[in-house]
Structures are given as C-alpha cells and as structure tokens.
Design a protein around this ligand. Structure first.
Ligand code: HEC
Ligand code: HEC
Length: 194
C-alpha cells in the first residue's frame, strides 16, 4: 500500500519534470512567453492559442499532414497526454504582441478583417476568428500573431496545409482570393490585436 503511494508520487514528479523540460524546449524557439520570435524562420506565437486548434496542428505535424521539417522534428514522440498539457499551459499565457509589422495598411487590414472583400469573395475574418481575433475551438487565435508568419501561411496555404486537418480546406478559397498586398494588410492588422 505505502509502496504504491510512493510509486505514484514519484511517477507524478517525473511527469511534472518531463513537462517542464518539454515546455522549456518549445520556448527556445517560440519565445520565453510563447509570444513568437523572429529567427531564421518566423516562430509563431502560441500564447493564448485555442487548445483544440493547437492539438490539431501538433498531430498534423506529427503525421506529416502539415509539412514542416522543423516542427515534424520538434513534435516527434509527443504523447496525447503531453500534447494536452502543452495546449492548456500555452492557452493561459498572455504576453503583449511582439509588434514590428509595417503600419502603412492597417486601415485596409481592419476593413478586410471586419467586412471581408465581397467583390473578391473574401469573407470577413471576424465571422470565424471572432471580432477580438481570439478564435474558438478549432478556429485559431490570430490576435498578436507574428506578421511574417501569417503572411507565409496565407501565401503557402495549399502547398503546406491544404489537407493538413479536417478544417484546413475552409481557408483555401480565402487564401487564394486575397492579393499579396491584401494578405500583408490583414496580417499586419491582426499582429497588433491584443
Ligand atoms: C527548432 C525550433 C522549434 C521548436 C523547438 C518548436 N517549434 Fe513549434 N514551430 C516552429 C516553426 C518554425 C513553426 C512554423 C511552422 C510553419 O511555418 O508551418 C512552428 C509552428 C508551431 C505550431 C503551429 C502554430 C500555428 O499557429 O499553426 C505549433 C502548434 C507549435 N509550433 C508548437 C510547438 C510546441 C508545442 C513545441 C514544443 C514541443 C514546439 N513547437 C517546438 C519552430 C519550433
Ligand atoms: C469560415 C470560417 C473562416 C473564415 C471566414 C476565415 N477563417 Fe481563417 N481559419 C479558419 C479555420 C477553421 C482555420 C484552421 C484551419 C486548420 O485546421 O488548419 C483557419 C486558419 C487561419 C490561419 C492560420 C493561423 C495559424 O496560426 O497558422 C490564418 C492566418 C487565417 N485563418 C487567416 C484568416 C483571414 C485573414 C481571414 C479573413 C480574410 C480568415 N482567416 C477567414 C476559419 C476561417
């Protein structure tokens, strides 16, 4: 009996230190508060991200449905329990956006975000991502996301994420119908949302 208790306390402590080591590893790239980081590649913000979305993406990296060699490697071997713990921890972080996006087209970006571009068949982003940009369930938070990362995702959607998840096809027409300058405008706008 006593032995069982000791054993379970020890394995609990081990789980805990496994988690701490793992989240520290994630933060070497994604930033100390998971606010994102401008490195060799843009490391996206994970802070405040919707757990359901985050879990979907980690599984997609693990199973090579979302193609990215860096994250396929970083996600390697993550258990379902670890993925859930990481997602819960990250959801509760709330650092300020890192900023640094060009400010010239913020008004255009705001209009696209709130109203879409009816003539180009682009729906209002707010309709799904929320008027505060926080997302819900499998729809990601965009608020405070790194400008360069968002531009890259929208520009390369079909290639890297076209059939990555059950919900990834939803974004395909929107990513096609936005011109480059419109992608840049809306990416800059959301990067400053708190
Ligand atoms: C060596 C650097 C590195 C490490 C370590 C790393 N990541 Fe990443 N991560 C990246 C890069 C780069 C991307 C962007 C991939 C892309 O462009 O598709 C990314 C993307 C992601 C995404 C997708 C974000 C989104 O908004 O769709 C998630 C989720 C993620 N990482 C979680 C993690 C977790 C959890 C860990 C720790 C287990 C981790 N990462 C460790 C570099 C890293
Ligand atoms: C019909 C609902 C819907 C609308 C409208 C919509 N999105 Fe999305 N968006 C989604 C879903 C769902 C995902 C997650 C897809 C997945 O599973 O990979 C997503 C993902 C994204 C991502 C990837 C985020 C990340 O962290 O990698 C970006 C960027 C994005 N959307 C931008 C936009 C922009 C900009 C608009 C408006 C022009 C927009 N979306 C309109 C549903 C929508």
């Amino acid at each position: 009996m006593a032995l069982t208790v000791v054993g379970s306390a020890a394995s609990h402590a081990q789980d805990r230190s496994g988690f701490e080591a793992k989240i520290e590893y994630c933060k070497t790239c994604h930033g100390l508060s998971a606010q994102g980081y401008r490195g060799w590649f843009p490391m996206p913000r994970l802070a405040g991200q919707q757990p359901q979305y985050l879990e979907n993406q980690l599984r997609a990296f693990l199973e090579h449905r979302r193609t990215n060699p860096v994250m396929a490697n970083a996600a390697h071997g993550l258990s379902s329990a670890m993925i859930a713990s990481l997602a819960t921890h990250l959801k509760n972080l709330d650092p300020k956006p890192i900023g640094g996006a060009p400010r010239g087209s913020l008004a255009v970006g705001k209009r696209i975000y709130e109203e879409g571009l009816p003539d180009s068949n682009v729906p209002a982003c707010a309709a799904c991502h929320g008027s505060d940009g926080k997302g819900q369930n499998e729809i990601p938070r965009l608020a405070g996301q790194l400008y360069e990362y968002t531009v890259g995702q929208l520009a390369g959607w079909t290639k890297t994420r076209g059939s990555a998840t059950d919900t990834s096809a939803i974004m395909a027409p929107t990513s096609h119908n936005l011109a480059r300058s419109q992608v840049e405008a809306v990416a800059a706008y959301v990067s400053y949302m708190q």
